[in-house]
Design a protein around this ligand. Structure first.
Ligand SMILES: *Cc1c(COP(=O)(O)O)cnc(C)c1O
Length: 390
């Protein structure tokens, strides 16, 4: 049997046409018709028809990490500045703070969405101001596994303190909250098109900007910060962060199947949810509120070892023997050795989830039959483990 992956990219067939055009016209550079076309496709999908998104612009970049980095550059995050960051996330959310010489301050999650707890965020900011005498420069909130955060409340806390929000929607392309697409709530939003995300450009990302002027600044910094002179004049430190016209061609092809992929991820999620509903000790992570509409990039569960007799690690090893890929949940940043010295405001939620959670296959190659088989295998393992417990 072929390995069942968590979320492996799948080509639509349309990608090749865009790449061939780029070759035919020798647009093998980090700009060109595919870059423009991909940005237009993204704008159409994310922004069009939403009055709240009027005026926003999107810049295609070389990665989601680059997009976060540029957002911090544009917000003026510099040496010794503090940035509030969701602890329960992938390291790429926090690392760009350090690239800027700043210091991440980690904030734990609330149990319903698994994302940044807005009440704890507010308290944490008040404490940072008391301790350092300075306000943090930005707030990085994440929609983990595609599940929308309480982003309006997080933005309200940001507004109260006058601190802009960077919305890490790397995993949340197509998710929405209160009818509005994730990535459009914060001052800046970021997306990722890495090989294992909702769609891929092999590697790539995008920055959702509040207006045309800030997109212009983002592209300026993404193309080595060249000033408008006949020679190469530099007054700022720039980066090489623009998306290649070839990668953007892949993105344009992927955009033709995005809606289909979203339907597929949500359909598999629905099947998992029904099948796990009767299983004691296993809790499927479904939309916690009617206002939340996850893309279900990955389907995730909490497994209670006391009821099931299984740790997530044991389940993962069992499925791996059957050639089924799973992954433990992200290890919180405040537990990472590299961030041992970073201030952290914790409430136990992300540590609890890290102990119990597991990601299950959800990508465009996974079939409903495979989902049933995966759940059957977990049920079988649990029944054998709990039999040996008693
Ligand atoms: C993937 C990811 C990123 C980084 O995106 P890249 O395109 O891989 O650089 C950032 N944040 C989160 C939450 C991610 O999952």
């Amino acid at each position: 049997m072929n390995r069942i992956h968590l979320c492996m990219c799948r080509m639509s067939g349309a990608e090749q046409k865009f790449i061939d055009e780029a070759f035919a016209e020798e647009w093998v550079v980090p700009l060109g018709p595919n870059v423009d076309g991909f940005e237009e496709d993204l704008k159409h999908f994310i922004l069009d028809g939403d009055p709240a998104c009027q005026g926003k612009e999107i810049a295609a970049l070389s990665s989601g990490t680059a997009a976060i980095h540029l957002a911090l550059v544009l917000l003026g995050v510099g040496r010794d500045d503090e940035v509030m960051c969701q602890s329960f996330t992938f390291a790429a959310s926090a690392n760009p703070v350090v690239y800027q010489g700043g210091r991440p301050v980690f904030v734990d999650s609330e149990p319903e969405s698994w994302n940044m707890d807005p009440v704890l965020l507010d308290k944490a900011i008040a404490d940072r101001v008391a301790v350092t005498g300075r306000k943090p420069k930005a707030i990085i909130a994440v929609h983990l596994y595609g599940m929308p955060a309480r982003i309006d409340e997080i933005c309200a806390v940001g507004e109260k303190w006058g601190i802009p929000v960077v919305e890490d929607a790397a995993e949340a392309l197509g998710s929405s909250y209160k009818g509005r697409k994730c990535g459009t709530f914060g001052r800046f939003g970021i997306l990722s098109f890495n090989g294992n995300k909702m769609i891929t450009t092999s590697g790539g990302g995008a920055l959702i900007c509040p207006d045309a002027e800030s997109k212009k600044r983002a592209v300026f910094y993404a193309t080595q910060a060249r000033e408008a002179y006949p020679y190469y004049q530099h007054e700022h430190i720039g980066f090489n962060y623009r998306l290649s016209n070839i990668s953007a061609g892949i993105g344009r092809g992927q955009m033709t199947v995005l809606e289909k992929y979203l339907d597929h991820h949500r359909r598999l999620a629905g099947i998992y949810q029904v099948l796990f509903a009767g299983m004691a000790g296993v809790k499927y992570h479904a939309n916690p509120w009617p206002d939340a509409d996850s893309n279900y990039w990955l389907s995730t569960v909490e497994i209670d070892p006391e009821i099931t007799g299984c740790t997530p690690d044991v389940v993962s090893q069992h499925l791996n023997k059957l050639n089924i890929e799973t992954r433990l949940l992200w290890k919180p940043m405040h537990l990472q050795p590299v961030y041992a010295d970073a201030p952290a405001y914790v409430n136990g939620v992300s540590e609890h989830l890290f102990d119990r959670g597991l990601c299950l296959p959800s990508g465009p190659w996974v079939t409903p039959e495979q989902v049933k088989m995966i759940v059957d295998e977990i049920a079988y393992l649990i029944s054998s483990q709990s039999a040996s417990l008693t």
